[in-house]
Design a protein around this ligand. Structure first.
Ligand code: UDP
Length: 238
């Protein structure tokens, strides 16, 4: 990467809902394009980028099972939703001239690549953004866990969790004006206090492999790049 950039290879995790903009469902092309710009700005710093995008803007397994659907089937539907989001992000990034690969945990060769670890590493070395789709490929997991898993497998130095606020707070800062942002939180504290960083499986996997989680705001234009260049506010979970 460029001089002064702290990380050479990172994972960016965003929820599916981050792509829906002010709609209540699905994909907002302008929002997808805006996030692609944020990713490109970091790519331009020479940072190797992995991405995992959730599927909650389209379908969540738990919601399906609450309506009587068999849980594992509902989870597969959720995983398929993440593939759609990954393809939308691929398209947006490539229209900005950033080469990408969508790599699915569930093989669907006509649509994207299957996950082969060594091949994915090679793509990163060639500065292609790797968008990991279909979660871990297993029901009962989440895309937070997929992000942490792939980050470990790819040798990422940190997981960046893009949210609507610039870090982890002791209470919801959108509801409480006296909410305090943590500069740093330990994995155990995040787990114990249910700080909503990521789900427990994902946090434990990060903890057991000393992988820092950086919670930051994706709504702040240039914020992602800023943090990589050593600026801005965020919370480090480590
Ligand atoms: N999912 C799954 N296994 C995985 C990742 C995801 O079964 O490894 C399913 C699960 O049903 C989940 C849905 O895919 O509800 C969408 O992912 P997630 O809820 O993590 O998306 P986000 O909340 O980040 O948008």
């Amino acid at each position: 990467p460029e001089p002064g950039v702290k990380y050479a290879r990172v994972m960016l995790k965003i929820s599916g809902e981050a792509l829906m903009g002010d709609q209540g469902y699905g994909l907002n092309p302008r929002t997808v394009a805006r996030i692609a710009e944020e990713v490109k700005a970091v790519h331009d710093l020479g940072v190797e980028i992995c991405m995992v995008i959730g599927g909650g803007n389209i379908f969540r397994g738990l919601a399906g099972s609450a309506q009587g659907m068999e849980r594992t089937t509902a989870d597969y539907m959720g995983m398929l939703a993440t593939v759609m989001n990954a393809l939308a992000m691929q398209s947006a990034l490539e229209s900005l001239g950033v080469f990408t690969r969508v790599i699915s945990a569930i093989p669907m060769d006509q649509v994207c690549e299957p996950y082969i670890r060594r091949r994915a590493v090679r793509h990163l070395e060639k500065k292609r953004v790797c968008i990991f789709a279909a979660g871990t490929g297993n029901p009962y997991f989440t895309t937070d866990t997929a992000a942490t898993l792939r980050a470990n497998e790819m040798g990422c130095q940190a997981v960046f969790k893009g949210t609507k606020v610039d870090g982890v707070y002791d209470k919801d800062p959108k509801k409480h004006s006296d909410a305090k942002r943590y500069e740093k939180v330990s994995y155990d504290e995040a787990l114990e206090k249910h700080l909503g960083v990521m789900d427990a499986t994902a946090i434990a996997l990060a903890r057991d492999n000393d992988l820092p989680i950086i919670v930051f705001s994706l709504d702040e234009p240039g914020g992602f790049r800023g943090i990589l260049a050593g600026e801005g506010t965020y919370t480090t979970v480590n």
